[in-house]
Write a protein that binds this ligand. Structure first.
Ligand code: ADP
Ligand code: MG
Length: 254
């Protein structure tokens, strides 16, 4: 894929959970090669949007075209092939607690490739070094800090050299300094790898700091999208206000 192509095209996507509508006729493009943040308050549909892009949730209507493939028209096996090229760190996506950090990173290589043991071990070392965790290959998740666990999760998401990587609330539950370090790591990795990164977050500060583009979600739809500068200078008062003072302050606005 050429870096400047559209990595994901979402068209008129509607997703419901029983009587509740989580996404309403949502249309958006994720640009290739850069960092896009899907930003919005809790409950606005961020996780649902990503899970629908990944084929984990089926839409009521609309389409998702990811890396040129129409996700919800694919057979199970074709989805599996497509997802081999997509890395994910889930919001609550824990590591396997009974496996070392290195074995966690090796897991996708073991299930998806026929690589021999030496090759797997050297890829694990490279990926762990990429996230500054080369010293922790043999440690168990319980022996790592929250920030270190997130780093191992990122190394695992990068194991198969994906073209597209989703990070759902990557710094959730971390202290501000550790969260900033993780933002910096994600920015560095994007520059180094040239893959398309999609960050899901409700942290305005983090979104503004690391993204090239922001998709601002509100109540199941895109309220604004564009470069960081365009979104910061939006004509929409609610968007501007959220970007300057955060989401708590906009709950009072109509
Ligand atoms: P966000 O990630 O932005 O916090 P979600 O995508 O998790 O938002 O949720 C969007 C809406 O859909 C919320 O109102 C939430 O309560 C609802 N929702 C999410 N997942 C489910 C589910 N599995 N079953 C029912 N409702 C859900
Ligand atoms: Mg979420």
């Amino acid at each position: 894929m050429h870096a400047r192509d559209t990595a994901v095209e979402v068209r008129n996507l509607t997703v419901t959970y029983g009587p509740e509508t989580a996404l309403r006729n949502l249309t958006v493009d994720i640009h290739g090669g850069c960092i896009s943040c899907i930003l919005g308050p809790s409950g606005c549909g961020k996780t649902t949007l990503v899970q629908t892009m990944l084929g984990l949730v089926s839409p009521l209507s609309g389409t998702v075209t990811m890396l040129g493939k129409r996700v919800h028209s694919l057979e199970r096996e074709e989805i599996s092939d497509l997802l081999a090229n997509v890395g994910v760190t889930f919001q609550h996506g824990a590591l396997f607690g009974s496996r070392t950090a290195g074995e966690n990173v090796a897991a996708p290589l073991r299930t998806r490739t026929d690589l021999d043991e030496d090759t797997i071990q050297s890829i694990v070392e490279v990926k762990m070094a990429l996230v500054d965790m080369q010293h922790a290959v043999h440690r168990y998740p319980a022996e790592l800090s929250g920030g270190q666990q997130k780093r191992v999760g990122i190394a695992r998401a990068l194991a198969l050299d994906p073209d597209l990587v989703f990070f759902d609330e990557p710094s959730a539950g971390l202290d501000p300094v550790t969260a900033d370090d993780l933002d910096e790591l994600i920015e560095d990795l994007n520059a180094e790898l040239g893959a398309t990164f999609v960050i899901i977050t409700h942290e305005v500060r983090s979104a503004v700091r690391i993204s090239d583009r922001i998709i601002f979600l509100d109540d199941g739809n895109v309220r604004e999208s564009g470069t960081v500068d365009e979104v910061l200078h939006s004509d929409d008062r609610k968007v501007r206000r959220a970007c300057t003072v955060g989401f708590a302050a906009i709950l009072l606005l109509p």
